[in-house]
Design a protein around this ligand. Structure first.
Ligand code: PLP
Length: 235
């Protein structure tokens, strides 16, 4: 591993190369640097090296880092979000990637309304159907999105998010990402009021190049920027 700056340079180069290979515009792909377990000094180093978006999966960690770093970077809530933790991030995150139920959407709606903000959200979909994976089935995604459109005016659906199985073959991973893109097109065709299908949040350190080839607009990358995570280290 190089320095954070060197790693970011490499990642951006690889994002560009994948975009080019897929005939896509590099500017249509947003890098979200996943900063979970990374201490704020190193997040700051990444900000100085040019990252514009950071992703956290624990709401309290996002909130704590926000108190220190504020709007120097845009914060994305990327992991499973429990309802009782929405309050920690509602006025700090610019996007929640992980709506998985109507009840979570309603909690976000309620909290956003109380702050008089609209919260950009993605619905997390489990394309592979693996039981261990978070996210809703494609059918559920459609019905949750219709429900939100009619009932949650402070929740703005901007697209979909998925995670590919960790140990899958390239073909399987590609099938998952392609499946998310197809679902997004299907939902888009329904022209649901207040719903946009412009973002596809997919691709991590091990599979972001495949994701970009399959249409990702947001890639969430941690390890390739910050190195292996140390979950035990006190931050
Ligand atoms: C940790 C995490 C990532 C980043 O994973 P890396 O393999 O370190 O790039 C992306 N998305 C989510 C939801 C995560 O929890």
């Amino acid at each position: 591993m190089g320095t954070i700056k060197e790693n970011l340079y490499e990642i951006n180069k690889r994002i560009k190369a994948s975009a080019e290979k897929a005939g896509r515009n590099y500017n249509d792909i947003k890098l979200i640097a996943v900063t979970k377990t990374v201490d704020t000094d190193r997040v700051e180093e990444a900000i100085e090296a040019g990252i514009e978006s950071a992703g956290e999966n624990k709401p309290q960690e996002l909130s704590r880092k926000y108190e220190i770093l504020g709007d120097a970077v845009k914060w994305h809530q990327i992991g499973t979000l429990q309802k009782n933790k929405v309050k920690y991030i509602i006025d700090k995150a610019c996007m929640i990637h992980s709506i998985e139920s109507i009840s979570l959407a309603e909690e976000i709606n309620k909290r956003a309304q109380s702050k008089d903000i609209k919260m950009d959200c993605l619905v997390q979909v489990n394309i592979s159907g693996e039981e261990s994976k978070h996210g809703v089935s494609p059918e559920e995604a459609m019905s949750i999105i219709k429900y939100i459109s009619e009932n949650c005016q402070y929740v703005k659906i901007k697209g979909l998010m998925t995670m590919a199985p960790f140990d899958a073959s390239e073909d399987e991973i590609r099938r998952v990402f392609r499946g998310l893109k197809e679902l997004s097109e299907k939902i888009d065709n329904e022209n649901i009021e207040n719903v946009e299908m412009k973002e596809l949040s997919m691709g991590m350190t091990n599979d972001f190049e495949i994701a970009i080839e399959e249409g990702a607009t947001m890639v969430r990358i941690g390890t390739a920027i910050f190195g292996k995570r140390d979950y035990d280290k006190k931050q």
